[in-house]
Design a binder for this molecule. Structure first.
Ligand code: UD1
Length: 429
């Protein structure tokens, strides 16, 4: 199993190309199930989760071709996929395929909408809480689906097809919003989704669906109106740049010092994180190509934050911010309100000398003068990258084990950081 070895202490300086967003690429690939025509996606990141989803879509009958190298191509520019689900030949998404990645559950809505039946295993993914799917199911039921749970599978039927309905989510859910949105595009009549998630990736999916012929109003807002259509068509769409990768590199630069331009970064997608980092003493300025990040002064100021659905501070950057705050000049308070078990990085950061105490959903981080390298274990996707950030500033060598978590969501991270002066290597056993 691969490990990442980091010798801390180097500043980061240079440029980093931001990849396409994992959390947009996955649902965008799934939208291909809604049409027999070809959906072309550009800027698809090369990640383990994307590769896993390829297999799942292939099992349903999607043909996928990946464009080869092009003249003047940039190796970080992302890949171009052509996805064609001419016929859905299998409406079942089996446990073996779905169990490793939660987003694969999102095939339920599109397959049900197109084939009027679907059988999808209950999902797996990062071990960050119970992560139920009740909101997905209630949303699809509001569109007329009949749902049963049997042997770990969701069996959904909509004889005669889905019908538009009124969905009011009691809690904001990214996945449930996407699942119901995709299904509603092919339902008969109008669907209203209230208390929809407004994460930028949902806007990216909705914009792609509109290119495919869907009728959606209220993109990016908490209430969306979807007028169902008979068929969707092919389209060409660029995957949005990854705001979580952007925020992660911002925090890495804030931790190490130096000056890095994040190419392709879209500041409007992470205003809350930018505000928090500015408060912590990080200069973030727009450039013609993206964002320039630089630590002002020698130290980081502590912050108080709580995670919130977009446009609040994203839970997917909580672990990275904590990694940064371990070396801040004072006490930070970090409250996690989205997931109930998303502090597994705390004990690993402690192995590097961090001083963090937990009180329910709140972590109190007392900044320390210095971290010291040690072997640590990646426990989930975002937790693993917080250990990389801490490793970049720790004295000596930090070895991050179980980096397959990292490979699910960060493309060539060791190469991107290494190009900016970090001493970081992947070691294969
Ligand atoms: C997505 C993101 C993930 C991010 C999360 C929150 C992808 C592939 N994943 O995950 O990176 O951390 O949004 O921004 O885009 N919930 C229920 N019932 C449900 C669904 C969710 O109670 O049916 C709860 C969850 O347990 C959690 C909260 O709602 O506490 C938010 O989860 P949700 O927004 O659905 O997260 P995901 O879509 O799984």
């Amino acid at each position: 199993m691969d490990k990442i070895e980091i010798t801390g202490g180097n500043e980061l300086n240079g440029q980093i190309q931001i990849s396409g967003a994992k959390n947009a690429a996955l649902p965008l690939m799934i939208t291909s199930l809604l049409t027999p025509d070809t959906l072309t996606l550009k800027n698809v990141p090369n990640l383990r989760d994307v590769n896993q989803l390829k297999k799942i879509l292939g099992n349903h009958g999607t043909d996928l071709t990946v464009e080869g190298k092009r003249a003047n191509g940039n190796k970080y520019a992302g890949e171009t996929y052509h996805l064609t689900a001419r016929d859905i030949v299998d409406t079942t998404a089996p446990y073996e395929m779905v169990s490793t990645m939660r987003a694969s559950f999102w095939v339920l809505g599109p397959i049900l909408a197109r084939c009027h039946e679907a059988k999808v295993s209950l999902p797996g993914g990062c071990a960050i809480g119970t992560r139920p799917v009740d909101l997905h199911l209630a949303g699809l039921e509001a569109l007329g689906a009949q749902i049963e749970l049997e042997d770990g599978y969701v069996i959904a039927k909509a004889p005669g097809g889905l019908k538009g309905g009124h969905v009011r989510f009691p809690k904001v859910s990214v996945g449930a919003t996407i699942n119901v949105l995709m299904a509603a595009t092919l339902a008969k009549g109008e669907t209203i989704i209230e208390n929809a998630a407004t994460e930028p990736e949902i806007g990216d999916v909705a914009n792609c669906l509109v290119k495919m012929g869907a009728k959606i109003e209220g993109i990016g807002r908490k209430t969306m109106h979807i007028q169902g259509v008979e068929n969707l068509e092919g389209a060409v769409h660029n995957v949005l740049p990854d705001r979580i990768e952007t925020g992660t590199f911002m925090m890495a630069v804030a931790a190490t010092g130096g000056e890095v331009e994040l190419l392709g970064a879209v500041p409007e997608t992470l205003t809350a994180a930018i505000e928090v980092l500015r408060e912590a003493g990080v200069s973030i300025t727009e450039t013609p190509k993206g964002l320039l990040v630089k630590r002002e002064g020698d130290s980081i100021k502590p912050v108080h934050i709580e995670t919130q659905p977009h446009p609040g501070f994203p839970t997917d950057l909580q672990a990275q911010l904590m990694g940064l705050m371990t070396i801040a000049d004072g006490r930070s308070v970090i409250r996690e309100t989205i997931f109930e078990n998303r502090f597994m990085h705390v004990q690993e950061l402690a192995r590097l000398g961090a001083n963090i105490s937990l009180n329910g959903d709140t972590a109190i981080v007392e900044g320390v003068k210095e971290l010291r390298g040690a072997p640590v274990m990646a426990t989930d996707l975002r937790a693993s990258v917080s250990l990389v950030i801490a490793g970049l500033v720790a004295q000596g060598v930090t070895t991050v084990n179980r980096v397959y978590h990292l490979d699910r969501g960060f493309e060539r991270i060791e190469e991107k950081l290494g190009n900016c002066g970090a001493q970081i290597n992947r070691v294969s056993d």
